[in-house]
Design a binder for this molecule. Sequence first.
Ligand SMILES: NC(=O)c1ccc[n+]([C@@H]2O[C@H](COP(=O)([O-])OP(=O)(O)OC[C@H]3O[C@@H](n4cnc5c(N)ncnc54)[C@H](O)[C@@H]3O)[C@@H](O)[C@H]2O)c1
Length: 344
Amino acid sequence: MKKSLLVTGGAGYIGSHTVLDLLEQNYEVVIVDDLSNSSKKVIDTIKKISQKEDSLFFYQLDLKEYAKLEKVFEEHHFDGVIHFAGYKAVGESVMNPLMYYENNFFSTINLLKLMKKYKVFNFVFSSSATVYKNVPEMPFHEENPLGAANPYGRTKQFIEQILKDLSYSDDHWKIICLRYFNPLGADKSGDLGEDPNGVPNNLVPYIAQVAVGKLSHLNVFGTDYDTPDGTCIRDYVHVNDLAYGHRKALEFIFSQDKGLYEAINLGSGRGYSVFDILHSFEEVVGKAIPYKVTDRRPGDIARSLADISKADQLLGFKPRSDIKEMCQDTWRWQKKHPNGFSEE
Ligand SMILES: NC(=O)c1ccc[n+]([C@@H]2O[C@H](COP(=O)([O-])OP(=O)(O)OC[C@H]3O[C@@H](n4cnc5c(N)ncnc54)[C@H](O)[C@@H]3O)[C@@H](O)[C@H]2O)c1
C-alpha cells in the first residue's frame, strides 16, 4: 500500500519540488498551504508534470487554524509529515519579528499537537544553516555551536529545540531536522521554479531577473573579503537534490524501529563565490550580466560551507548537480516564465 505523507508548505519552492519527487516515488501526498507565499498554479503544475493527480490532495489553509487542520487529520491517515511551511525572509523578520514568531511557532505547535493526537510520529523539519553561530572556521558541522543572528533564524533554532525536547519526552518520535544551505535551480520542465515576491532576496533569482531585463544590474556586496576573488562564498545545492534529501530522510526514518532525533546539513559541500555564480550564469545565458560593486552588507560572512558527511553516512545523500546545471535549470524556468506564476 502507498505511504501517505502530509507536506506543509508544499506549494512553495522547495516543497513543490519535493512533492514532485515523492509522487514519482509512488507516495500519496497531501499538501497543506495557505498560499501566503505561493500560488494555486503550483498545484496544477505538479499535477501536470507528475501525471499523478489521483495521489495528490490539496488543502488551502493556515496551519495556525487548529480546527481546520484537525479536519485534514480526520480525513487522512498519515505515515509521516514534512514541514516546510513558514515565513523565510531574514530582512522582513528583523522588521517584523512578531509576525515571524507567531507564524512559525504557532503553525509548528498546532501541527505537532495534532500529530501526537493522531499518533503520527515521523517528522522531517525544514531547518536552515542560519541556526549556526557565525565562526570563521569552515565547513559548518552539525556539532558546531548554534546562535542564529536574526529572528527568522531563531525561529528555526528554537523549533529545533522544541523538537529535541519532544523526542526526549516520548521515544515514539522519529525526527530529522534538515539544515539547508542555499537552494538553487528548478524542475527540468522549466514550469516549476522559485517565484519570489517582489525583488528577490537571493543571489541567483536576482541574477536571473537581471538577465531577463526585469532588473538593471546586480549589486555585488564587497570584493574585499579574504577569498580568492574577494567576494563571499556560499554552498549552493540544487533544489532537486534537496528534494531527494528529504526522501532519503523519510526512508531512513521508516527504516528505524526506535525513536530518533537528528539534525543534518543538506548542501553540496562545495563553495562558489558571487563571481563564480555570475560567470556561470553568463555562460548559460550567453551574454554579459551588468553588475556594480558596492559596500559590504552588514552581517555577511566571507564563507558559509556545509560539511555533508553526516547526510552521506546516515542517509546515503550524495548531491548530484553542479553549478552549471543549477544555473541552466534556473534560466530555463526564468526564460519560460519571466513573471513566475502570476503571468498566465
Ligand atoms: N529557500 C531557502 O533559501 C531556504 C533555506 C533554508 C531553509 N528554508 C526553509 O525551507 C522551508 C521552505 O522554503 P521555501 O524556499 O520553499 O519557502 P516558500 O515560501 O517558497 O514556501 C513556504 C510555503 O509555506 C506556506 N506557508 C507559510 N506560512 C504558512 C501557514 N501558516 N500555513 C500554511 N502555509 C504556510 C507559504 O505559502 C509557502 O508556500 C521554509 O521553512 C524555509 O524557512 C529555506
